[in-house]
Ligand binder design. Structure first.
Ligand SMILES: [Zn+2]
Length: 617
């Protein structure tokens, strides 16, 4: 009776497994029709339509409208706000006033938040066949204080030295060429302190759909006298409450010996009335003939954990929770020694899971776990594994590829789920951790002492760790292969071999992606050591075989809600790969979230991140 269950997931995953790259083309298609859907524009919500060129002219990009600045009489910045929700603006000037005001409202609303910010950057080098490919990478993870002066605290110790400059106090200051983690978080806002008509000109461009959301597009340029480091680019403003939903551009002018990155910043409507900064894509570099640019890179910044509690001490120590006291043992006896040992391990496991969740590093239990658990269950059932407690799974919200286990909980990182090409590969990486559990390689019982849970969120990586000794690693790998060979995945281990080969190929240049923070690394010193018995399995890697997908780009499978950290599996329709350059294993791509308004149930294939440079471009 349990066996049908794995067939079900197999099917479930199969549909996903086809490939990620999907979202891209679909979005590209979305972008097209957007500019001119003038007819529905006019009808629904009468608003800014009256402004001018918008509704009637299908080619909305005609006259750039009078929006710009020459509206000094519109000096009613304070008067306007009160009317905001009801009165629809009738001119583009009023629209500008509204989104400036909404931007200030957002800055205020988020000022007591300290979300997690992750930036993953890949330096690029040109490959004759594959185009720009990663040559090195960098990883930053921190908490961002969105108060008065935006600031970051890093989870990763080694970053602190380069970081101790404490950088700028606020957004208006400048940063240098070096990859400063804060630099990538800049574009959460266009201009934190001076986003107004005194410093900027605004030019209406056209209407455009971003996903399900109709937007008005404005170019934003700093005035001559505005000073350095001002936002220069374009904003997309949704047409109901006039919140900025996307920013794209850079800062200008740059100081000498420095430059500002180009960024594309997306917001999601995760709570009523506000669109919160969620994804930022940055890219620099040019590989066209004749150009010599050493600064080529692409980077993804993700922000989540907006709803996390601020980790101040008072809060930490008053979080005493009295769970319902239950005595479910039929013979109210003391625990036997073995029972006591298990209780103790369970307590440690619960502590760790709770602490990691509170630090914004673990997604709360959810739908994605059900899929992962089914895969684990498939391995268990077919191997007749009967554990005293069920194995649970959780998703680590970060990009580096890692798994670890604590007690009976297997943790797998979002980045790793993203890049795995199919269910068999997922089963393979989970089987290693299941093997640790089956073999009793339990780590972490020391975390049953609650004092060991009292540390700052940023201190998580210094205080927690679940690395096994090499002997246990080898034993787990051996056992894992055994488990796999008895499982429904036995016939698909060629795919696992291919994945390991693809990983090996990039292991030397992606050391940051392969640097684990809590568990054992999949590769060390540029050599993949996980499941090495399967590494030679399957065919050779072949870029020319377009149907051979050994590993996926980052960001295509798991969608995280930046407000509450819930993670779900993306069901994006497959997009055909048309050249070897479309494969992009382990690579960073631009973001193209399908925007939707809060509460509107997003279509099942509402793609999250991912997008691919179309081969045509
Ligand atoms: Zn291990």
């Amino acid at each position: 009776m349990r066996t049908w269950k794995w067939i079900l997931t197999a099917a479930l995953l199969a549909s996903i497994s086809v490939t990620t790259i999907s979202a891209a083309a679909q979005q590209a298609a979305d972008a097209q029709p957007s500019a001119q859907p003038s007819a529905p524009d006019a009808t629904q919500t009468a608003q800014p339509s009256s402004a001018a060129p918008a509704p009637s002219t299908p080619a909305a990009q005609t006259a750039p409208t009078q929006v710009s600045q020459p509206a000094p009489e519109q000096q009613v910045p304070a008067a306007q706000p009160a009317a905001a929700p009801a009165a629809a603006p009738t001119t583009m000037d009023q629209v500008v006033n509204l989104f400036i005001q909404r931007e200030h409202g957002l800055i205020k609303m988020l000022s007591n938040r300290t979300p997690v910010v992750e930036t993953y950057l890949q330096n690029l080098t040109n490959d004759a066949q594959l185009g720009p490919v990663p040559s090195a990478d960098h990883y930053f993870l921190g908490r961002m204080d969105m108060g008065e002066s935006v600031d970051r605290k890093d989870y990763l110790k080694e970053q602190e030295t380069g970081f101790q400059t404490r950088l700028m106090g606020g957004f208006q200051k400048l940063f240098k060429v070096q990859y400063q983690p804060l630099g990538f978080s800049w574009m959460v806002y266009a201009d934190r302190t001076d986003f107004d008509r005194e410093h900027y000109d605004f030019h209406y461009i056209r209407r455009e759909f971003l996903g399900d959301v109709r937007t008005l597009v404005f170019d934003v340029t700093p005035k001559k006298s505005a000073g350095r480091g001002r936002f220069l680019g374009r904003v997309w403003v949704e047409d109901q409450a006039y919140n900025i939903v996307r920013l794209n551009g850079t800062y200008f002018p740059a100081p000498r010996n420095s430059f500002f990155f180009h960024m594309d910043s997306w917001r999601l409507n995760l709570i009523p009335g506000y669109w919160v900064p969620s994804y930022i894509y940055s890219e620099e570099g040019d590989f066209s003939a004749g150009v010599k640019n050493k600064q080529a890179f692409k980077a993804q910044t993700r922000i989540w954990g907006y709803d996390l509690k601020k980790g101040d001490k008072d809060d930490e120590l008053t979080q005493i929770r009295v769970d319902s006291v239950k005595d479910d043992s039929p013979t109210a006896q003391d625990a036997s020694p073995l029972q006591a040992e298990r209780e103790w391990q369970q307590q440690a496991e619960d502590n760790v899971v709770e602490r990691l969740t509170r630090a914004g590093l673990l997604a709360p239990a959810g739908d994605l776990d059900r899929i992962l658990q089914t895969v684990v269950n498939n391995l268990e059932v077919t191997n007749n594994i009967d554990l005293p407690r069920p194995v649970r799974t959780r998703v680590l919200l970060t990009s580096p590829l890692e798994t670890f286990s604590v007690g009976n909980t297997i943790v797998i990182s979002r980045g790793l789920v993203d890049v795995l090409p199919d269910e068999a590969s997922l089963a393979a990486v989970l089987s290693h951790e299941l093997a640790h559990i089956v073999l009793g390689h339990n780590l972490g019982s020391k975390f049953a002492f609650n004092d060991r849970m009292l540390f700052s969120d940023e201190g998580t990586y210094q205080n927690l760790g679940f690395k096994h000794i090499p002997e246990e690693e080898q034993a787990a790998d051996k056992k894992a292969v055994e488990l796999l060979k008895n499982s429904p995945y036995a016939q698909k281990l060629d795919n696992v071999g291919l994945f390991l080969k693809a990983l090996q190929l990039r292991a030397g240049s992606l050391s940051a992606l392969l640097t684990t923070h809590l568990g054992n690394p999949l590769a060390e010193g540029g050599t993949v050591n996980r499941l090495s018995a399967l590494a030679t399995q399957g065919p050779a890697l072949d870029n020319n075989k377009l149907d051979q997908i050994a590993a996926l780009p980052l960001g295509g499978r798991v969608k995280v809600n930046p407000w509450d950290d819930k993670a779900e599996m993306v069901k994006a329709a497959p997009v055909a790969i048309t050249s070897a350059r479309d494969k992009m294993p382990f690579e960073v791509t631009p973001f193209y979230p399908r925007l939707a308004r809060f509460g509107t149930n997003v279509a099942p294939n509402a793609a999250p991140t991912t997008a691919a440079a179309n081969s045509g471009n």
